[in-house]
Design a protein around this ligand. Structure first.
Ligand SMILES: NC(=O)c1ccc[n+]([C@@H]2O[C@H](COP(=O)([O-])OP(=O)(O)OC[C@H]3O[C@@H](n4cnc5c(N)ncnc54)[C@H](O)[C@@H]3O)[C@@H](O)[C@H]2O)c1
Length: 244
């Protein structure tokens, strides 16, 4: 018996990094997963490897969200969980004086609007079935300031909208929580370059970066009935980096 037996979970950004780890973990725990991403080849490969379905989903598209929920309900009869995992970094790290508006809008559109659209799309099905668990992947950048103003703003927004959704949907037995990863070993971290990674890891009290599975296991817990009274919470997975 797995703790996600019989549950149907939609995961965004499931083609690689933390999303792919979550697809594998959820499948191993008994869930049916609808793997989504904009990276078709990699997404299909993960879906095939785990025996799941893949759908193309750009999280900024309300139309594509509607298709994903329609497919999930018609195929599996319900939507038990959603991990709003897809996200992009602010490649050109910058502050309020040097962040181009186009870059700012792009990051907000994917990380913030994409998360809102995900909750907006799955909520009606979850309300009807009077059950559901939504996990929003924010960041420790959603808890303090870093020199990446768009990314920070988007992740604070994810943390905030999680509270609104938990409040609004609690009476329908829908739980909504946010996870706040620190330095996690995916392309988003590797893209910073080794010098920056070394500097960041040196600031982590546990003196190491985290693995995608370590974030994934937290998401699995929140999706499962073991977390049946946890909603509106924020869980930091960062080796205590935020305590500094
Ligand atoms: N890696 C870290 O150190 C770290 C730290 C804190 C938070 N996070 C967050 O964790 C989440 C997962 O990131 P990751 O670390 O796995 O990085 P990643 O770059 O490996 O994966 C991000 C995934 O999101 C997908 N994606 C990007 N834009 C999309 C869009 N418009 N629609 C659908 N999918 C899209 C990408 O194709 C990719 O599969 C993100 O929300 C990120 O902000 C990461």
């Amino acid at each position: 018996m797995g703790k996600l037996d019989g549950k149907t979970i939609i995961i965004t950004g499931g083609a690689k990094g933390q999303g792919a780890a979550e697809v594998r973990l959820a499948t191993s725990l008994g869930a049916k997963v609808v793997v989504t991403d904009i990276l078709g080849d990699a997404g299909k490969q993960i879906a095939e490897e785990t025996g799941n379905s893949y759908l193309n989903l750009d999280v900024t598209s309300p139309e594509q969200w509607a298709e994903v929920v329609k497919f999930t309900v018609s195929e599996f009869g319900r939507v038990d969980g959603l991990i709003n995992n897809a996200g992009i970094d602010q490649k050109n790290h910058g502050g309020v004086t040097d962040t181009p508006i186009d870059l700012y809008r792009t990051v907000i559109e994917v990380n913030q609007v994409g998360t809102f659209l995900g909750m907006n799309a799955v909520a009606p099905a979850m309300i009807e079935q009077k059950a559901g668990s939504i996990v929003n992947i924010s960041s420790i950048a959603g808890m303090r300031g870093f020199a990446a103003v768009a990314y920070v703003a988007s992740k604070w927004a994810v943390r905030g909208m999680t509270k609104t959704a938990a409040n609004e949907l609690g009476s329908s037995n829908i739980r909504v929580n946010s996870i706040h990863p620190g330095a996690i070993e995916t392309d988003m971290l590797f893209d910073l370059g080794q010098d920056s990674i070394n500097w960041l890891v040196s600031k982590v009290p546990m003196q190491r970066s985290g693995t995608p599975d370590e974030v994934g296991e937290t998401a699995m817990f929140l999706l499962s009935d073991e977390a049946s009274y946890i909603s509106g919470a924020e869980i930091v997975v960062d080796g205590a980096l935020i305590t500094r």
